[in-house]
Design a protein around this ligand. Sequence first.
Ligand code: NAD
Length: 498
Amino acid sequence: MAEIIKNYIDGTWVSSKTEDTFDIHNPATDQLIGKTPLGLASDVDAAVSSAKKAFNSWRKTPVIERVQPLFKLKGLLDLHKEEIATLIVKEHGKTYKEALGDILRGIQMVEVATGMPRLMMGESLTDIAAGIDCTSTRRPMGVFAGITPFNFPAMVPFWFWPFAVASGNTYILKPSERVPLTQVKIFELIAQAGFPKGVINMVHGGKEVVNALCDHPEIEGLNFVGSTPIAKHVFTRGSACGKRVQALGGAKNFMVVLPDAVIDQSVRAMVDSCYGCAGERCLAGSVLVSVGDAYGKVKEQVLKEVQKVRVGDGLRPETTLGPVISKSARDRISADINTAISEGAELLVDGRGIKVEGNENGYFLGPTVLDKVKPGTLMAEKEIFGPVIGLMQVDTMDDAIELLNGSEYANTTSLFTTNGGAARKFLDEVAPSMVGINLGVPAPMAFFSFGGSKASFFGDIKVHGGSAVEFFTEKHTSMVRWYEEGIEAAVCPIWKED
Ligand code: NAD
């Protein structure tokens, strides 16, 4: 009998009163491994009430004390990272190596957030007018909440809450109902790290909890990561309720190859980008756009690289491509492959119907390659979120830029070349705001800011790095003058009335 997991509210593990649950399956075996309560608005109320109460004292706790639990948590996460990675493989399906990367990237967020005493410093200037000093400080705002997707069960929640709480806010996390077990383990460690009750809470659920978070009048801001339609929904609904919202959406990522590129290394990086984490990354490459005669070389090399892919259970050391998240995801991707073929793409490698010995019930999809993808077709426009590569050929780099800039999404893109001038032009002209040169997955690290543009991002302040401090604080500016008995204070010339 699979256990129904609990919420973490006010420093205590509590059951939701809901009777509705979501089954969590191991995608490599189809085994039922847990149940997520699809929580209620009353769960959100309880978490907000605890977080609001905690905020009153947490905001006045010196920042140097606020980061101490993060130092402790960093040590605990290091000690338990292998266990967490194994849990990620079991509930998400990615390979163990990818899962370890997932938690390590999360730990880096904690490390960077411990620098908050320096990160949230303000600005000041003395004598902005004679005898008047001006100081701008950054103040925490209150309760924030985060809603996260299934594809990085460990890392994505860490994009937000360590920065939020280190800067003096309190927080409520709603992880994806598909992969909550990783966060249950991480919250067991959070519970040992020394945060006061209510500073960091977790409520499980789906639509009802998300909408309650959007509507709650005592939540100041929302972080969302997921598909574009839900990102738009959360941005619109949360903003209408007066919240500060950043909502990261889906993607369609093009990788452009010039004829002068170092082909074997470039293709290795691109294939890894497309098939890594079974293509379930918001920065996953999807369409490889070859310029001129790069096309033949790229195609030949892609077919060689595909031979090296080993599909299987992510816990097996030889596996390089794990299952996708669910049966319905596998069916959806298979249907997309059918549509691509009906729209004229040529199927070079077919991953549908693959069987993995010993894992006959797993949600596997082998590597797939579609050639001769045409602009305007599904494969050129829709986020596939699976291990599928599309190949295209264009005449010039300008054509490639026009093609990728025509996408409704703009999360990331990469150029593969040895030509510095071409790289500079590409960096300057492409719409996506995360760009790689000779890199397949140009994911900004914790100390830089992350986030795409167009339908891949709703909001104005990006994620982590310096942007996190912008998002989780409000600037508060004071001007100060001290009178001295018997001395007439000077008046600033620009304020003097004629
Ligand atoms: P999703 O949109 O289905 O779910 C994301 C979150 O929204 C979950 O917590 C879920 O419970 C909630 N949700 C789902 N349906 C809802 C509804 N109808 N109303 C209210 N809330 C709802 O996304 P997913 O399938 O978990 O994740 C994959 C998507 O996330 C992909 O599109 C991927 O590109 C995107 N993603 C983007 C980034 C980025 O940085 N831009 C990063 C990771 C993932």
